[in-house]
Each structure stands twice: as structure tokens, then as C-alpha cells.
Write a protein that binds this ligand. Sequence first.
Ligand code: BTN
Length: 285
Amino acid sequence: MTTERSRWSDLDRPPLNARALREGLTRPDSLWTHLDVVASTGSTNADLAEAARAGRARAGAVLIAEEQTAGRGRLGRTWSAPPRSGLFFSALLQPEADGVPPARLTWLPLLAGVATAAALSRAAGVDTPLKWPNDLLVRVDGAERKAGGILAERVEGGSGVVLGIGLNVSLTEAELPVPQAGSLLLARAVTTDRDPLLRAVLRSLAEWYTRWTAAGGDAAEAGLLEAYAAGSATLGRPVRAELPGGGELLGEAVAVDGEGRLVVATGDGRREPLAAADIVHLRAT
Ligand SMILES: O=C(O)CCCC[C@@H]1SC[C@@H]2NC(=O)N[C@@H]21
């Protein structure tokens, strides 16, 4: 009998080159201070948060896994993908220590989306429109599918934020966790070589993070608001939001505010800001 795992292993994907990544990315003047690649773990977000709490990781640490067995997604969901088929990593950041007020921290996952999309456009030649708040989409045969997700979690005890990014790189149609998922391969990326892709994403993330913190977390001043709007798959579209207390809201997504909330204009003239806990579905235009 062919198990899922043996079917996955048959693809024989190459490992990341941890040494070259470390040499290329971690320098004294770089945001990234430390980089580790592990073969397999439960969740890089969980591991890095634990290391931060225990004082074993400091700001700028990056943890990458070739495989996650208990990858975490937003709203208690899971993130799963075959070993070496994508980029699964977490970075420890301290935006508050870097001058960002707590109310603006909600921009961090949006920033990660903008940075990742810019890197993928350059390095993979693929457009990844951003579905608010944390999804990177790709177009496969004209349909929008999720190829990436972002999960920012505060570390208990004030040791910062763990920013986790999961990106489906070389998954084939048969390997997708759900039919609505996609991958860079399926979106006809010019490369699925994960080393240059990871380098590009981490460099772009460092650039955007530095710009944002230098502006005190002001997304408009950092140019982030404009970049987000330009890359958004949500703004200007009809949406249906599932509200945390039950019920739903129908309207058009018209803006993202200074706290990273999606502003929805309803048919009766209200403008409702939605927090990241609300689930938003894009509706057909
Ligand atoms: O789409 C989502 O809901 C967010 C998915 C985030 C997945 C990444 S993979 C690396 C990091 N470690 C985790 O356990 N989750 C994030």
C-alpha cells in the first residue's frame, strides 16, 4: 500500500542549504541575528516562542523547518504540507522595543504579506495577491487559491512577537491539503528552488520591517498602506464577514485603517472596521 508519506518522499526534493543561508543573511548589521534549519518539528512558531520565553532566542532569530508535524494556522487551524515542499519558518521580532505602539502591531502580518509578495514577484515571477488579513493567493487556471499564510503570535511575558510564514512552493495538485489550496509550482513560478526564494523573502521582510519601525509603526508613513492596497485581493471587492459574536456582515471592502482593520462599507451607509478575528470571504464581483 502506498502511504501519503512514501508518495511524498518519492519526489525527492533537495534540502535547504542552511550554511549558505546563514552566511548570506546573518550579519552584525542585519535584522537577522541567528538562523537555524531543522529537519522536522511540530511547529516553528511554538518552538521559537518557547525558546524566547526560556531566554534561548533573541530578536532576529529565524527558525526554519523542512517539515512540520503540527503546523499552526490562524483561528486554531492547522498548516500541513509535505517535507521540503515549501517554506515554513518563524522569526522573533520585538516591534514594541523597536518603537511600534501596541495598537499598530496588527499591521505586522499585513507587512509580512507585502514583503513576501514583493519577494515572490521578483524571485519567482509570480503574483501573490493578499487576502486580508493573512493569506497569499495565487492564480491557478484563472481561480484564486491560497498558497501562503501568516501567523503572528505574541510571546507571553513580553519577549516579542513570533511571526510565522508558511508558503507552498512545489506542491503538486495531488499533494494539496485541501482543493482550494495552491502552490508556486501550480502558478507557474519561474523557479521552485527554495534557497533563493527564502533569501528573497527574508531580505524583503527585513527591509519592510526596518521601514515600518523607523516610522513608529505608522503604515501610511512607511509606504506600507499604499503597497498593501496595491497588492490587495480584498480591497474594492464585495465581502461577507463572519463576526466573532455570530452573525455576518455584507458589504464592500473599502480600506485598511491605521490599526490594520479592514473597513467594510455596508449597503446602508455604515463603515464597519473588522478586527483580524473576523473571517472574511471574498464574493464574486
Ligand atoms: O494561514 C494561516 O492561518 C497561517 C499559517 C501559518 C503557517 C506557518 S508555517 C511556519 C509557522 N509555524 C507554524 O506553526 N505556523 C506558521
